[in-house]
Design a protein around this ligand. Sequence first.
Ligand code: ANZ
Ligand code: ZN
Length: 820
Amino acid sequence: NDKYDFKTIENRWQQRWETEKTYKVDHRSDAPKYYVLEMFPYPSGRIHMGHVRNYSIGDVIARYKRMQGFNVLHPMGWDAFGLPAENAAMKVGVHPAAWTYDNIEYMRNQLKAMGLSYDWDRELATCRPEYYRWEQQLFLKMLEHGLIYRKETSVNWCDDCQTVLAREQVIDGTCWRCDQAVVPKLMHGWFFKITDYAEELLNDLDTLTGWPEKVVTMQRNWIGKSVGLLCDFPIEDSDRTLSIFTTRPDTIFGVTFMSLAPEHPLITGLMQGKPQEQAVTAFIQETILTKQRATPDQELEKQGVFTGSYCINPFTGERIPIYVANFVLMEYGTGAVMAVPAHDQRDFEFAQKYGLPIKVVIQPEGELLEPSTMTAAIEEPGILVSSGEFSGLDSQTAQKAIIAAAQQQGCGRPHVTYRLRDWGISRQRYWGTPIPVVHCDRCGIVPLPESALPILLPGADTATGDHAPLHQQPEFIATVCPQCNQSARRETDTLDTFVESSWYFVRYTNPALSTAPIDTEAAAYWLPVDQYIGGVEHAILHLLYARFFTKMLRDLGYLTIDEPFSHLLTQGMVIKDGAKMSKSKGNVVDPNELIEQYGADTVRLFSLFAAPPERDLEWNDQGVEGASRFLNRVYRLVTGNVDCFTHPAAINLAALNTASRTLHRKTHQTIRRVTESIESDFHFNTAISRIMELVNQAAATTEEPIDQAVLREALETVLTLLFPMAPHICEELWQLAGHADLLENMVWPAFDSEAAKEDEITVVVQINGKIRSKLQVPADTDNQTLERLAMDDEKIAQLTGQNKPKKIIVVPKKLVNIVL
Ligand code: ANZ
Ligand code: ZN
């Protein structure tokens, strides 16, 4: 009886999987396909417990589906561009490329030590020219199809470092590196027209029935569709109009002022020559600066200033003062708001602060609103008052009527707005995909021909030399215009790294293809991803961008699907001592040390057993010990009973003693329950509990001897069901048991429903202590069911008639006594 030597066992099988390329797959197959994908990691240095959990879940699904006869695509790669590499380069003085490739090397070995069933031939790293050159080609295709444009936006600029700073690099308004004050700077940037797809991205959320409802809702809110009225207010003493967007046209008679975004283009004209001009200019500068420094979700105190101009409400003819306000966004609607302080809380606070009138035009049921006593806006719909011909209508009817009236008067029209903005993809960084265009003084912006690709990142191939942002690299910049052959400048922006992760799952379907970005045939076979697994922190941006890319690639002729991921599993965090595991909290458990100490199978098993995948996993050291003890137990059980495997597998049911029948039943019940637990939301934790129960039963000492065929069936079942979770030990024991075939190639067992059925027992039914009937029921019938069955019994029903029982006493598995 040998000891469970996980090190030797795991090494042996990992080597074999590697040399035999066990998990290599091809799309030319008659088998049904299954594509399981875990969000690929950023090569930060080492894997952490979150990775372990994520990949263990994915690996169980991959192995389970393979055993069910699917042709399973399970790839792995590296989301390898990004800022941390540049930061590390600065901190420890290595080239970002060297840092990244070293990390990939190290982390790949860590993943291999976990025994994950990836098709390693498909491994990709987004920082390799073999990947990003195709991204550059897709960029050119999108440009050609009008899906990309350039516009000027304000960025955070450090004059000292001559660089654009990301939000997180601005600390209290100063540069994180040199402490210089950050200034706003207008700069041209590239944008993807994701808003062209806003409506489809919204509507198709309804088809994502395999996604967590929470994630669907987050996406819906992010897209943020609003339906309302676009209305023009004529500006006094001018031939121009001020256009506003409102979702509450029913409140238009309650407008008492206008609020413009500080960036609104009409402001200059409105304040010109007015005594307010200086104050307005100062306010605008101040506001733009504060906004830039605030974090995106920071709530700013409402502030504003009067421009000195008025416009006219087209419905009432009233003069409306025009203000500039810090809470109005230029990028939403028209950048101008008709303010209704009685019915909008922001406007209410603004009106109170600046002493502006409040006019009630919606009456909620039962109370009469009086502006002077209101403490907050009443935002609920109601009945219109003081609204001319529309008074008396309810909000909903009035909205339609007012939109129609505006249309008729020619001052407005129905309008739909989205919160979703176009996707700014320009980064002024080194470690990213160069954008393949040149700037020519004669020809303007000229896209490079495909034959010029890839535009290599300078110095990345040798991992030496300059890794400053490209706009600081004159040798990179100098080029010739492909159109006029005269000297020109290369674009120096690189792509947002979210672009790489928007289509990597497509490239996995044929990552080696050297003639096109996408193998349409392979993609048609493998896509969509059947199961995607990753952290909920990617619930909005990454998933939205990937969905956008899928639709866009479909329209460009590369794909035939509308949605990339049919099922999504967002796994919970790994926490320790009540907090997320992180370096800064100092509560990190290193997976490597655990694998060294306990083996990969134990670590996998623990991470699957400790919690259902969608919930947070609370780390505890005893849990790992427990998983280890269990695998040792399985090892002893199988090695101690190898003789049973020489016994023929056929079971002679009629000849079984009670103990053998019980084990046979338990085996089939376990197959049923484990399969159900996996099928229903991948609840591996309950699946593992069931397997543990079967192991207990198989190891239990019994009075009568266990039939050898039954024992063999039980042990083989344990190994087969446990294989997806702890593949090394199961495969090893399968071989020890003398099997010629690999467990790897076994089919997931089907359960025999006849065998899984509990034995029937007889339960006596009494009325007032006298036996009146008998029930034949499964032995595991619970008390409540027994009561119900007793009351429903024909004889009992006759005898009790209309009498309600005073009491029902149940003696489990024996009798039911009804007291009348
Ligand atoms: C008048 C009004 C009266 C409004 C009322 C609301 C309540 P959602 O639903 O999020 O789309 N708004 C429009 N453009 C804006 C901008 N650029 N920045 C800030 N606020 C803006 O919000 C639409 C409402 O937000 C619009 O309807 C407008 O205020 C405001 F009792 O118009 B409402
Ligand atoms: Zn030119």
